[in-house]
Design a protein around this ligand. Structure first.
Ligand code: SF4
Ligand code: SF4
Length: 528
């Protein structure tokens, strides 16, 4: 029978994977997890508050103790040793078990919540019922499958956030941004929306709103039922609606100009928060091949086009067309979208054409033509919007992108494809921020090429699959649309080559200033 040879060491046995304290801590964490699994199988826990507290405490305590046992007695600095020896972090048996387990959980969560115990009438059973006391305490309502998910998601970011803080404690940047994602997840994504729902009454009702979730990430934000709810909630609701629009058109462009997309992807966003904390042990699994880079650009920008078309269709479907009643009619809206897209396109075409690679130019033209064609088709067909019904577009997007891509593949496959598959290949918010980061932002990673020893740590640990070393060897600035500014390349570099900086736009992209071996014919100088 063949066995996998994991010992790559030339000098002896591979390092021990975990020590005794880590084993005890893992057992405690797994005990906490077992309570949740038993609840899924409808084991009826008599005192739910007590058992839920025991479960969540055991999971958090086990994770934190594990981290202390792993890092507290080590020197500050890079601690990614042994990742290719461990089954869990090198696509081995345990990686597949974890991937399948997470995927099954997502399938239940999205499509079969009744198996988690959700009941429409508030008499929950199983896992969802176990969370009822906590939900009642925070929002005054029985738990839903989304409350269960939100609680576990937040717990994962907090507990693994502490692990991350210990692991990268030598880097101030890593400490600050980890506190930031922990704060935004706990406050903005979990507590504030739950507390807001406490304000709801017979006469006042705000929709669930995670304030840091910006369109197109929350692709549902401008659906009719939400817009109606915002408007009927009076000034607070209208204020939130205006905040939603301002986040897209004002806040995001300004912050991305000043700091690059990292302000969102690595400091605020919940998807990024989970990827950076719980997903950190899997960051080296990102695909570094050029073909992956090509696929990434096509897929993520296609998702962006899809979400723009879908949102336009959805908003268009509920707007009125009687100009005597409304100033913002269907036609006004379509014209506004067309003008905005045309302005962005023309600006890129006139001022940034030289900076774009050929395929990006073709992509921009192609997508622009598609949108114009769709709008034209709309005018010619009348009843159907963009060839499809708006609701069909919305539900397809929600299923394919919102559930399958972001949840099942994005998180379920962390141990197989790496921790940023969703952010890299699927997130339309990352696509918008990436376009701006590439074209109009002060952010870049500078490289002190002379110091680089080509060890490849940076490329290995770049979760977005960027070959950082290739830039470092040439002393070239890294200005890539996909870079989320996590700063791990810089944190793991043993030579201090890489620095995340904000500076003037001029000469930010500097490939021509780089002297490559092939650029000079040394024989010319020898023969002189
Ligand atoms: S290039 Fe560096 S900062 Fe950018 S995503 Fe990769 S590791 Fe993070
Ligand atoms: S930039 Fe640093 S981490 Fe990357 S190859 Fe060079 S020395 Fe190694």
């Amino acid at each position: 029978m063949s066995t996998v040879q994991r010992n790559m060491s030339l000098t002896g046995e591979p390092p021990k994977t975990i020590n005794t304290q880590q084993k005890i801590a893992s057992a405690i964490g797994l005990l906490g997890l077992t309570i949740l699994v038993l609840a899924i199988f409808n084991v009826d826990f008599p005192n739910k508050s007590l058992w839920l507290t025991a479960s969540l405490t055991a999971i958090a305590a086990g994770t934190i103790w594990f981290s202390i046992a792993a890092y507290a007695n080590k020197h500050e600095g890079i601690k990614n040793d042994g990742i290719y020896f461990k089954s869990l972090t090198s696509k081995g048996f345990w990686a597949w078990i974890l991937g399948i387990g997470l995927t099954l959980f997502y399938v239940l969560l999205y499509w079969f919540p009744q198996y988690l115990g959700l009941s429409g009438n508030g008499n929950n059973t199983g896992l969802v019922a176990l969370f009822d006391p906590l939900s009642q305490f925070i929002s005054g309502n029985p738990a839903s499958q989304w409350f269960v998910y939100g609680t576990l998601y937040t717990l994962a970011i907090l507990a693994f956030g502490i692990k991350f803080l210990m692991k990268y404690r030598h880097s101030r940047y890593q400490r600050l941004r980890t506190f930031s994602v922990m704060f935004f997840q706990l406050g903005f994504a979990f507590l504030i929306p739950e507390l807001m729902s406490r304000l709801n009454s017979e006469t006042f009702s705000l929709p669930y709103y995670d304030l840091k979730n910006i369109w197109p990430l929350n692709h549902y934000n401008f659906e009719q039922y939400r817009v109606d709810a915002f408007i009927s909630a009076g000034n607070i609701g209208v204020g939130l609606l205006i905040f939603g629009v301002a986040s897209i058109l004002i806040i995001t462009p300004i912050l991305t100009y000043k700091y690059g997309k990292r302000w969102y992807c690595s400091w605020v966003c919940g998807c990024g928060g989970l990827a950076e904390t719980a997903g950190d042990p899997f960051r080296h699994l990102s695909d570094k091949r050029v073909v992956a880079w090509k696929i990434e650009r096509w897929v993520v920008h296609s998702v962006l086009v899809f979400v723009v078309v879908m949102t336009t269709a959805v908003i268009y479907s509920y707007l009125g067309d009687d100009t005597s009643k409304y100033w913002f009619t269907k036609n006004t809206f379509l014209i506004s979208v067309t003008v905005l897209l045309t302005a962005i396109f023309l600006w890129i075409w006139i001022y940034k054409r030289e900076e774009l690679k050929t395929d990006a130019k073709i992509g921009a033209v192609g997508y622009f033509v598609i949108i114009i064609a769709l709008i034209t088709l709309h005018y010619s067909t009348g009843n159907k919007l963009f060839l499809f019904d708006a609701e069909t577009l919305r539900s397809s997007y929600g299923f394919l992108i919102g559930a399958v891509f972001s949840g099942v593949i994005g998180v379920g496959f962390y141990p197989i494809f790496g921790n940023r598959v969703w952010c890299r290949f699927g997130c339309p918010m990352a696509a918008i921020l990436g376009i701006q980061q590439r074209l109009f932002s002060k952010f870049r990673i500078t490289t002190n090429g002379g110091q680089c020893i080509s060890c490849g740590n940076c490329s290995t640990h770049c979760e977005m699959g960027i070959d950082v070393r290739a830039y470092a060897q040439k002393g070239e600035n890294i200005v890539r649309a996909s870079c989320v500014g996590c700063g791990i390349c810089s944190a793991v570099c043993p030579r201090g080559v890489l620095k995340l900086e904000n500076g003037p736009l001029e000469n930010r992209i500097n490939p021509n200033e780089v002297l490559l071996g092939n650029d000079v014919d040394l024989m010319q100088y020898v023969n002189k």
